[in-house]
Design a protein around this ligand. Structure first.
Ligand code: B12
Length: 258
C-alpha cells in the first residue's frame, strides 16, 4: 500500500476494480460449469469470461466438483467503469440514534412500550440475524431490542409460517414486524416476503403495522419494492432498526393526531 502522499489521485467519475495497481480493473471470480473436467472445460470458462466483457481472462484454478461439473477460479480485467461521484449511500432519510437517544426519543414521543414481533419465516432456518436484532445479547457488543426499555420484544424463532407471525402480531397488537430472510436460492426470499405483505394486507393491518425485513441479500430498495417500510442488510446493528421504528411510529402518531 503506497504512502498517502505518493498515491495517485482517484478519478471518482471512472471507478473500476483495483488489484495490483490503480485502474488495472482486475477481478477475481469463481463459478461452476456443468461440463466435465478437462481442457475443453477450461476453454469454455475462458470463452465465457471473455463474453462477459473481461479482458485477458485467465483460469488460475479449476477442479472437478463432481462427475460432469467443473469449478473455476479466474482473473480477468474489467473494462467498464462507474461514475461513483453521482451515487449516494443507499439507506434511509432516517438519522440513526444511539441507544440512549432512542430511549429518550421513545419516552418523549411514544410514551408506552413499543411492541415488536420478529421471526425468520417460511422454511428459513437461519435465526442468527433476527436474534442479533431482538435478543439481549445482540450483535458485536450492541444489545438487541430486548435490552431497551422502549421495546417489548417477541422473537418467534425460525421456520415460522408467515401466517403465524402475522396472527401473533395481531394478537399482541404489535407496532412492528421484523422478518429475517437468509436463504435466497431460487428467490425464495422474494416469494416469502411478498406472501407476508399479502397476509398483512388481507388482514387489513397494513396501516397499523410497521413492516421491516433484513438479511444478507435484502436491501432497502428491494424491501420497499416488495411493500415493506424498510429493509436492512449486512452490517446492521439493533439501534439502526430501532431508530427506524421509533421515528416511523412517531411520524404515524403525528399524522393521526394532526
Ligand atoms: C450459520 C449458518 C447456518 C446454520 C444456521 C444456524 C442458525 N440457527 O441460524 C445452519 C447450519 C442450520 C444452516 C443451514 C443451512 N444453510 Co446456512 N449458513 C450459515 C452461515 C455460515 C452463517 C449465517 C449467519 O449466521 N450469519 C451471521 C448473521 C449475523 O448475519 P445475517 O444473517 O446476514 O444478519 C445480519 C444482517 O443481514 C441483518 N439482518 C438479518 N436479518 C434481519 C432482520 C431484520 C428485521 C433486520 C433489521 C436486520 C436483519 O442484521 C444482521 C446483523 O448485522 C452462512 C454463510 C455465511 N458465512 O454467511 C450460511 C448460508 C447462509 N447458508 C446457506 C444454505 C444454503 C443453507 C442450507 C440451505 C444448506 C442445506 N442445503 O441444508 C441450510 C438451510 C436450510 C433451511 N431450511 O433454511 C447459504 C445460503 C445461500 C443462499 N443465498 O441462499 C449460505 C450463504 C452458505 C453458502 N455460501 O452457501 N446454515
Amino acid at each position: 500500500m503506497p504512502e498517502p502522499s505518493t498515491r495517485k489521485p482517484i478519478d471518482l467519475s471512472k471507478v473500476k476494480p483495483y488489484a495490483d495497481h490503480l485502474g488495472d480493473g482486475i477481478v477475481q471470480m469463481s463459478f461452476t460449469l456443468p461440463v466435465p473436467y478437462g481442457l475443453a472445460a477450461r476453454k469454455a470458462a475462458q470463452e465465457l469470461a471473455a463474453k462477459m466483457g473481461f479482458e485477458h481472462p485467465e483460469v488460475v484454478h479449476y477442479q472437478e466438483l463432481t462427475d460432469g461439473y467443473t469449478y473455476f477460479v479466474m482473473f480477468g480485467e474489467a473494462t467498464q467503469t462507474v461514475d461513483y461521484s453521482t451515487l449516494s449511500d443507499e439507506g434511509f432519510d432516517v438519522e440513526y440514534m444511539g441507544e440512549d437517544e432512542i430511549e429518550a426519543f421513545a419516552n418523549r414521543r411514544i410514551g408506552r412500550p413499543i411492541v415488536v414481533v420478529g421471526a425468520a419465516t417460511g422454511t428459513d432456518t437461519h435465526s442468527v440475524g433476527i436474534d442479533a436484532m431482538l435478543n439481549l445479547k445482540g450483535f458485536h457488543g450492541h444489545h438487541g431490542l430486548e435490552g431497551y426499555k422502549a421495546f417489548q420484544t417477541h422473537n418467534l424463532g425460525s421456520q415460522v409460517p408467515n401466517s403465524v407471525l402475522v396472527s401473533r402480531a395481531i394478537d399482541l397488537d404489535a407496532d412492528a414486524i421484523l422478518v429475517s430472510q437468509t436463504v435466497t436460492q431460487q428467490n425464495l426470499h422474494i416469494a416469502n416476503l411478498t406472501e407476508l405483505v399479502e397476509i398483512v394486507e388481507a388482514e387489513g393491518r397494513r396501516k397499523q403495522l410497521i413492516l421491516t425485513c433484513g438479511g444478507p441479500r435484502v436491501s432497502n430498495e428491494l424491501a420497499k419494492e416488495l411493500g415493506f417500510d424498510a429493509g436492512f442488510s449486512k452490517g446492521t446493528y439493533p439501534h439502526h432498526v430501532a431508530s427506524f421504528i421509533v421515528r416511523e411510529l412517531a411520524a404515524r402518531i403525528d399524522r393521526t393526531d394532526g
